[in-house]
Design a protein around this ligand. Sequence first.
Ligand code: PPE
Length: 304
Amino acid sequence: MPITPTDKIWFNGALIPWDEARIHVLTHSLHYGMGVFEGIRAYETDRGPAVFRLTEHMERLHDSAKIMMMQLPYSVDELVEATKLTVRASGLPSCYIRPIAFYGYGEMGLNTLPCSVDVAIACWPWGAYLGDDAVTKGVRMKVSSWTRHDHNSMPPLAKTTGNYVNSSLAKVEALKAGYDEAIMLNPLGFVSECTGENIFVGRGGVLITPPTSAGALRGITQDSVMTIAADLGFEVRVDDVSRSDLYVAEELFVCGTAAEVSAVNSVDDRPIPCPGPMTTAIADEYARTVRGKVDRYKDWLEHV
Ligand code: PPE
């Protein structure tokens, strides 16, 4: 999806003009894929733009860095403040925010320990990730021929740039085959997640989402959805999901910061009723929550 530039990018401690946020071709992470990043959204509220669960995103960035043995030069609080600064400087009422920490220029070779770490935070307007109709008409899913990472080959709990090679292979395969998005199975054959979203399967009024042990990212939207669903009176379980569970689902949705809550209308050409009643209720409540319209979740909003 094309990027719409804004004025400034926060880069290693200061806001600089968008066009000047450049790096060298010998930047270490470009060669070896070891950067850590986040995807965050700010929404327009009655009290101006608010970033949804910003601190938790920055905590996850720190967790990703810890897994990678990368020393982040900024604390969670400093990154939270830098994000607010970046969003304020953009003047945008709502936006997508992309913090990234990566090994910079100066070292080559696989030992990352001597590498310097660069940190950037950019934001820009970003619309519906899986298309404008995703909530109402739903998306067509394909179970990928690519297997999701095993915990001992690539750590799926770290939001590492390199992990997304696997996601992009699956995404392009799905698009080329005429689908909208791919569902990834783990090496044991259980469902883990999608290329950039977590997944929920609904059956008999119960929602099931795969555990992190299945290779899913610990999704912040997934966590929000579990809370919202429980508060709406739906039973939610974290449990293994098989490929057949997908096919006989009574409703199915995926969720993530970029995708928000998007309904699924078929998996491998098996139609799924769409949008299901739980999906509709949760998507609606999530959309109101992120815009500060639901009192009980106001603590999730961090105003800039
Ligand atoms: N799994 C994966 C693999 C993933 O990339 C995301 C977010 C999620 C689950 C959901 O996590 P959360 O955003 O905390 O609910 N994907 C981000 C990047 C998408 C991209 O194309 O880049 C996002 O949604 O911002």
